[in-house]
Structure formats: C-alpha cells, structure tokens
Ligand binder design. Structure first.
Ligand SMILES: [Ca+2]
Ligand SMILES: [Ca+2]
Ligand SMILES: [Ca+2]
Length: 343
C-alpha cells in the first residue's frame, strides 16, 4: 500500500484507477501534500474449498494500528486506525493457513491445481474525497503499474496442488444372460460366495469402478481375461461409478475364479491399479473319464464348492468330478469310493 498522492502533481493524474465517492469531485488543483485518512483495507478470505482458514499473523512495518481481531471471514477489516502521509509507503503482512476440504466439489473441478484468488480493497479519504482501489497482483503499489501483466486490479492467485485421485473396483458374478448388475455398494467384494452354474449356463460378470477420491479421474480402463476386450469406462467425478458387464457361457475351460483390473489417471498421471475377483463353481459338470472308470455306472462324486463332503453314491450314470484347484481332493475321494464299491 502506497499513498500515491504527492505534493507536486494533481490527484487526478496519479490515482488513475482510484474511484471517487458518489457525488464527489476529485481535487484537480495543486495540493501541498495529501494524506490518506480513514484508511481501511478489506480482505475477504472466505472460500468454500477449505475447512479452516486461520490467520496466523498480522503485522506492519509502519505506524498503522492493525485490527488483531481480523479473521477474514466474519471480521474483514485489517486496520483499526491510522493514516499514511503523502508519498509514504507501508507494508502490511498477513499470514494465513488454509486447510483444504477435498469433499467440496470445486476440488473435483480443478484441472491441475486449485487457484485461490485473493484481493484486498483499499478505502480512504484524501482531502475529504473518498478514494478506493483494488489490489493488483505484484509488489509495485503504483496505481498505473500493471506489475507485468493484465491490468492494475488483478486478484492475486495462490495455487494449491490437486489431491491424488482414488480408484476402487468390484466384480460380481450373477446368473446370465444379461444379468442385472448390482450397484457398487451391493457388489461382492473379494471372491464372495460362488455362483452355482453348470456347463452351458451363461454367467454375467459385472464390473463396477468407483472414483473413491476427491478429484476427476480419466482414462478409466477395465481389463479381464474373461472380457471380450479392453473396456474403456467414462471419466468419473468424485464418488461416481461406472459399470460394465459381459456374458460368458461356461464350458469346461472356463476358470472358476477370475480377476478384473481397473486402471485410471488423475492430473498427476496413473493411479495405483485395483483388482477384484468373481467366483463361480460347477454345479454339475460332466467330464471325460479321468480315472479310467468308464462304464462303471452308479458311482458319483458331488462337489460342493469349497467344501469336500466326499463321494456320494447315486443311481444316475455319470462321474461328477470337480475341475478346480481342489481336484486332487476330489480324485482321492473317488478312488476311495471306487475301492469301496468295486473291490
Ligand atoms: Ca496486474
Ligand atoms: Ca489497483
Ligand atoms: Ca468380487
């Protein structure tokens, strides 16, 4: 802040960007030194992007009495009393601590950083004339100086880096074809209970990706060996989800447990990929005779998902054999049963 009202020039010529109070004419004579009285600096720090805005210190290198109750939100006036003599300067230093509130939408909207704009308004009286000015971004208080860019009343930007993006995924198997996919919150995290299917059935695999962070994520891609190809989802704002699904007709080579992976980017680049699985099991799968029992009807093995209840005899004429990672256990049981029945 500088009083640019000298004793050797007209006020009109030096306060180019000052504003006269309503109904008041500016002095156009040759004043012999004009002081700025009834000085006030008004600075509104309020910004919805922050949970707290705390004034840490307020000081001056001159004789102005500052308002130590200034908080920039409910009390916006920096000066309690004092004036500045003609052609004198005084520097007021305000230190503020901002705590971002990433839950606010404006963080989601910022492209690469969040620019907080600050501007201080000066009001005073000079020779009983109301004068006012808005701060310019820079260090030169001369009213006609643009400080190297723009005009003479440019707000001062303070840049805050964007927070990192977040990514979450859930994959769920439901009965197909064209099964109805659950919303993200209702999806099955992890393997979950196995979906009962038999060879020839169609399973719908649902993959939902959620932006669990505060900022926009883009280039959202789902990959899954069971999917028909790489799937590109919509860009996601904070909290948004997008779902893709694909039908798979179960045959003997269809994996029981399968994993989908999601990748995405925030403004800083790739986000840590995330994965989730979906699980199905063969309710009744009729395999070729792996144990050389062809023709020996009447022996069955029933596979109940992860449980291995052991062989059970039935009257139907096929061998039921599990084909997942528990196959060894199934086969052992079958051999035991075979021995007990055919020995
Ligand atoms: Ca400027
Ligand atoms: Ca200005
Ligand atoms: Ca899952």
């Amino acid at each position: 802040m500088r009083n640019n009202l000298p004793s050797s020039a007209t006020i009109q010529s030096v306060i180019d960007d000052a504003t006269a109070g309503a109904g008041v004419s500016l002095v156009t004579g040759m004043p012999q030194g004009v002081s700025l009285d009834d000085l006030q600096l008004t600075d509104n720090l309020a910004d919805a992007g922050f949970s707290t805005i705390e004034v840490m210190s307020l000081s001056t290198n001159g004789g102005l009495v500052l308002n130590q109750n200034f908080d920039g939100v409910s009390d916006l006036e920096l000066i309690s009393s004092g004036g500045i003599a003609a052609e004198q300067s005084e520097v007021i230093t305000l230190s503020v601590q901002y705590t971002p509130d990433f839950a606010q939408a404006r963080w989601n909207e910022c492209a690469s950083q969040y620019d907080l704009l600050n501007q201080t308004e000066l009001s005073a009286r000079a020779s009983n004339v109301d004068v006012a000015d808005l701060s310019d971004n820079g260090t030169n208080a001369a009213p006609s100086d643009t400080n190297g860019e723009g005009g003479v009343d440019d707000p001062t930007p303070v840049s805050f880096p964007s927070p990192p993006g977040g990514l979450d995924i859930v994959k769920t198997a439901v009965a197909g074809p064209n099964g109805i996919c659950p919303i993200f919150a209702d999806g099955v995290q992890g393997d979950g209970p196995a979906l009962a299917v038999k060879v020839g059935d169609v399973v719908t695999y649902c993959v939902t990706v959620q932006n669990s962070g505060p900022v926009l994520i883009s280039n959202v891609i789902v990959t899954d060996a069971q999917a028909p190809g790489v799937i590109v989802l919509n860009d996601l704002s904070a909290g948004e989800t997008d779902t893709t699904s694909y039908d798979v007709q179960v045959d003997l080579s269809t994996p029981l447990l399968n994993t989908a992976t999601a990748t995405a980017e925030d403004v800083s680049g790739p986000i840590q990929p995330v994965q989730d699985t979906a699980h199905r099991y063969p309710q009744r799968e009729y395999l070729a005779d792996p144990l050389g029992l062809q023709g020996r009807r009447g022996l069955h093995h029933k596979h109940q998902g992860r449980e291995q209840p052991g062989g059970q005899q039935r009257d139907a004429g096929h061998y039921l054999v599990c084909k997942d990672h528990q196959r060894r256990q199934c086969c052992t049981d079958q051999r035991a049963l075979r021995r007990s029945r055919y020995r």
